[in-house]
Write a protein of this length. Structure first.
Length: 97
């Protein structure tokens, strides 16, 4: 189940215009939303009717910070990384799911 959530979350931010730094979620001018990595996982889980916790645990394991809460660590990573680095994080997490 985390693989489904992670895949959907990655799809939500795959286009650079749909990814966001410095905020959780903002509307796009042409419809839809821009999201940070954390919000993408949360929204994907909600959309699929699945829990987000397993997906967050896998992302934190890939980041090598499995003891910290995703809500504290993932936004820091998202805001300090490039779009390509964030997508690579999701690719590694999907591979581990």
């Amino acid at each position: 189940m985390p693989r489904l959530v992670l895949t959907r979350a990655r799809d939500m931010i795959a286009e650079k215009d749909c990814w966001l730094q410095g905020a959780w979620k903002r509307p796009r001018d042409n419809g839809g939303f821009r999201r940070c990595a954390y919000q993408a996982v949360y929204d994907a889980a909600q959309e699929l009717g699945l829990p987000a916790s397993g997906s967050f645990k896998i992302l934190m394991k890939v980041l090598g910070d499995g003891r910290r809460a995703a809500i504290k660590r993932l936004p820091v990573f998202n805001d300090g990384a490039s779009h390509d680095e964030v997508l690579k994080l999701f690719d590694l997490a999907i591979g581990d799911a």
